[in-house]
Design a protein around this ligand. Structure first.
Ligand code: NDP
Ligand code: GDR
Length: 329
């Protein structure tokens, strides 16, 4: 089918990745259908600009109510939409919180992913499937750079649930012939990052401290290193995976790890502040266990997909700082 007449179904469309992916797909001429859940407060700010545009909403973009736990509604949506491509991004996405709500995390990430794979298996025309997996599957990794062949050694309920998804994605691919791609993505950030993830928390706090609206920032473990990229680059990779002739698993990462202290330093320097004067540790934000360092090897995605990152570490932070500053004024 011609790329310009494809239909995509996206779960998690109101999240960071869902919103950027939707913009990308619309730009490529797709008709995009998103699954949204009911909430007492409206939380669609990331796609509000698309909803308010009459040329887009109701024309190329459609939203459907369902929850990941609502089997009948999900089946109905698949029947109605008949997607060519299915991007499954929804779920409890906070690693720290997964220690407090392990059962819900497992149910939403692991159980609901199998359910959605089953729904896809039952479709007359089976869509190509993207599963949002995570570097957290590697946990206490043995190699300095993890790739698609690295062992799984998750350290959190979140990581274990995502590892289960990778296995199930592979099983559905091998056993039922479904076109399933597991995207093993490392941390990716943007001005649309949720505020309880560390990067957004740091950047917003630095902006508030600079504006004298706040005078300190409490964090958890500062001695970690992560491989941080920009979400815009990563949604491009998701799309590229589904354009290949054959399904496969891909690591998307920058290949470079930075310490959280480096992140703090760059973010606070943007506001001409020294983070050491404002940051303290609060045990509340420490996790029972976590990987000290995670860094990916994106060679396979580079070679097979032609995927590239286009934002440096500093550019990502400055992009977030600029937005945080504008939101404060
Ligand atoms: P977000 O937390 O920003 O978005 C999560 C999305 O899932 C939201 O749209 C949320 O809806 C939706 N959702 C959560 N629970 C349910 C539910 N029960 N029913 C329906 N919808 C639900 O995540 P990101 O955009 O950052 O990440 C997207 C996916 O990629 C997630 O699965 C995450 O675990 C994974 N991932 C993310 C990485 C990153 O660095 N960002 C790295 C690796 C993997 P609502 O708005 O209503 O809350
Ligand atoms: P992560 O992202 O757990 O890697 O999951 P997060 O930004 O939450 O944490 C990154 C690192 O910072 C440390 N940290 C803190 N984290 C938070 N949230 N709040 C704090 O106050 C704080 N202080 C220190 C954490 O301990 C951690 O080491 C993200 C999510 O997007 C997942 O969905 C995704 O799968 C992974 O990235 C790859």
């Amino acid at each position: 089918m011609d790329e310009f007449h494809k239909t995509a179904l996206v779960t998690g469309i109101t999240g960071q990745d869902g919103s950027y992916l939707t913009e990308l797909l619309l730009k490529k001429g797709y008709q995009v259908h998103g699954v949204v859940r009911r909430s007492s407060s409206f939380n669609r700010w990331r796609i509000d600009h698309l909803i308010k545009d009459d040329r887009i909403y109701g024309n190329k973009l459609y939203l459907h109510y369902a929850d990941l736990n609502d089997d009948a509604s999900l089946r109905r949506i698949f029947k109605k939409v008949g997607p060519d491509e299915f991007y499954h991004l929804a779920g409890q996405s906070h690693v720290g919180l997964s220690f407090e709500i392990p059962e819900l995390t497992t149910q939403e990430i692991a159980g609901c992913t199998v359910k959605l794979l089953e729904i896809c298996r039952d479709q007359e025309f089976r869509p190509k499937i993207y599963l949002a997996c995570s570097s957290e599957i590697f946990g206490d990794a043995q190699e300095p750079h993890q790739n698609e062949e690295s062992n799984f050694n998750p350290t959190s309920p979140y990581g274990a649930s995502k590892a289960f998804c990778v296995h199930m994605g592979r099983i559905f691919r091998q056993s039922y012939g479904l076109f399933v791609c597991n995207g093993i993505l490392y941390n990716h950030e943007s001005p649309r990052r949720g505020e309880n993830f560390v990067t957004q928390k740091i950047v917003r706090s630095a902006a508030e401290i600079a504006a004298e609206k706040k005078d300190s920032l409490e964090l958890g473990n500062l001695d970690v290193e992560r491989d941080w990229g920009h979400a815009k680059d990563y949604v491009e990779g998701m799309w590229q995976m589904l354009q290949q002739e054959n399904p496969n698993d891909y690591v998307l990462a920058t290949g470079v790890a930075h310490s959280l202290r480096e992140f703090l330093s760059v973010a606070f320097e943007y506001f001409e502040l020294d983070y050491r004067n404002f940051v303290s540790i609060n045990n509340r934000f420490l996790r029972p266990n976590e990987p000290q360092r995670l860094c990916g090897d994106p060679s396979k995605a580079k070679k097979n997909l032609g995927w590239r990152t286009t934002h440096s570490f500093t550019e990502i932070i400055h992009d977030m700082c600029l937005s945080a500053k504008a939101n404060i004024l």
